[in-house]
Design a protein around this ligand. Structure first.
Ligand SMILES: C[S@@+](CC[C@H](N)C(=O)[O-])C[C@H]1O[C@@H](n2cnc3c(N)ncnc32)[C@H](O)[C@@H]1O
Length: 434
């Protein structure tokens, strides 16, 4: 076990005794001891104030990497401890001072069984948040710092700062003065700070955009679309139109840099509709250098066959439905919207707009700055797609990370936030069930 993963490094001298007891019992995989200590709400997710270690981190970290000393009994005790903690409300995605969730530790230590328990807990939590309408922002949408993804599931890799000791704010109630209360307060862990990239759809749609070589960036410096995604767009087109037959009816939501629309146009569709809401993107599309201006619209096989629908898809799709439009291929890739909007598109529009033999795809950047969040969102979206009557096949696409490895460098130069950190893109190909 590396020094940074040792018990002495993880349970600090300042750790309050209750928390220390819980962390030690979790570290020892003392299931009975853990159960006894779980006597009040919040106990399962207590944190060392300096290291941010939670009982889940401790139970997983204590396993270390696989070794020949491992026994089935040890592993079973670890599994039971993690299971028990999750049962008692341990938070699956609290980060520690190294910006790792318990699942990140399990992945780093090559403990797939424990990793799976964390993923399953994440799926349960996110499905519940879904019922309560509390999703994070989409992965490609520059913001994943919603509280619901809880405390830095989307922390920038480079945004790590030394955690500070902070005190819980007292309000002087219960007959104590603020000072007395302060004296009794315990320090709490402050997770590594995150760069606040909270993009909201309305603000984004009003913001100034810059098209530059290989990227489209909003006024806060968020990457709206980047050229490194071209291969993903290429493979998405290949998946949606496998035979590249001409004469297909295509809908693309979100023009961005027009990368996917250029590829769609090359397949010589019968209908090619694009929905775009941002005024500056629309200005760019109608500009003299655009391939999708008035002459493109006029070049369609019939009037309205090639068309940029100006406005938000939430409004335009209602008109398309009312007009009885049906498509063979639909692609969805917007910016600044949260997962609830993608889910709305699945459930409210795909059933009416997609031909019964058609294919639907979307940019799958959900939680893409952290493997466990990506894995959780793969499952969550799969369940919601099934709710909408859709089956999904995931195709793994290698992402060349050479120029994407470091925030602020390579492809990320001039871009506020590294929204993609993974070697493999999971490309969704959705068709109707049955
Ligand atoms: C990531 S880009 C799309 C990139 C595109 N796939 C490509 O290949 O270049 C997202 C686009 O969706 C647009 N958008 C964001 N919210 C939208 C909404 N509610 N309705 C329509 N378009 C929207 C943005 O203005 C932006 O042009």
């Amino acid at each position: 076990m590396s020094d940074q993963d040792s018990i002495s490094a993880r349970i600090s001298a300042d750790c309050p005794p209750d928390t220390q007891r819980m962390l030690t019992a979790a570290w020892a995989h003392d299931v009975e001891g853990v159960k006894k200590l779980l006597d009040a709400p919040g106990k399962a997710s207590c944190q060392d104030p300096q290291t941010g270690e939670t009982p889940l981190h401790a139970a997983i970290r204590a396993c270390g990497p696989p070794s020949e000393d491992d026994t089935p009994e040890d592993l079973e005790a670890a599994r039971k401890t993690v299971y028990e903690l999750l049962l008692w409300g341990a938070i699956w995605n609290d980060v520690d001072n190294h910006n790792e969730t318990p699942g990140c530790v399990a992945q780093r230590l090559a403990r797939p069984e424990l990793y799976s328990l964390c993923v399953e807990a994440g799926v349960r939590a996110e499905m519940l948040f879904g019922l309560m309408d509390g999703y994070e922002e989409l992965g490609s949408d520059a913001d994943e710092e919603d509280e619901e993804m809880a405390n830095g599931a989307d922390v920038e890799e480079d945004g790590e700062e030394a955690p500070q000791l902070v005190s819980v704010e007292g309000n002087g109630q219960n007959g104590t003065t603020g000072d007395e209360e302060a004296a009794e307060e315990e320090p709490t862990f402050q997770p590594p700070s995150v760069d606040d990239a909270d993009v909201k759809s309305e603000a984004y749609l009003r913001s100034k955009l810059t098209y530059s070589d290989g990227k489209l960036v909003d006024e806060a410096g968020n990457g709206v679309m980047m050229a490194w995604e071209t291969e993903i767009m290429r493979q998405s087109v290949d998946a949606l139109l496998p035979d590249k037959q001409p004469g297909k009816r295509i809908l693309n939501v979100g023009f961005g840099m027009g990368i996917i629309d250029t590829m769609f146009a090359e397949t010589k569709p019968a209908v090619h509709h694009i929905i775009e809401a941002h005024p500056e993107v629309l200005e760019h599309v109608s500009g003299p250098d655009s391939k999708f201006g008035a002459s493109w619209e006029a070049s369609g096989p019939e009037q309205g066959a090639f068309k940029i629908h100006q406005g938000k898809w939430q409004d335009v799709c209602i008109e398309l439905l009312e007009g009885g439009q049906v498509y063979d291929a639909i692609y969805f890739d917007t910016f600044g919207e949260n997962y609830s909007q993608l889910r709305k598109f699945f459930t409210d529009f795909i059933p009416g707009l997609l031909d019964s033999e058609g294919r639907f795809g979307f940019f799958n950047g959900l939680g893409a700055d952290r493997q466990i969040c990506y894995d959780v969102y793969t499952k969550v979206s799969e369940m919601h797609l099934a709710d909408a009557g859709l089956d999904v096949d995931w195709k793994d696409v290698d992402v060349d990370m050479k120029e994407l490895a470091e925030a602020g460098k390579g492809e990320w130069e001039g871009v506020k936030r590294r929204y993609w950190t993974l070697d493999t893109y999971r490309l969704p190909i959705c068709t109707f069930l049955g």
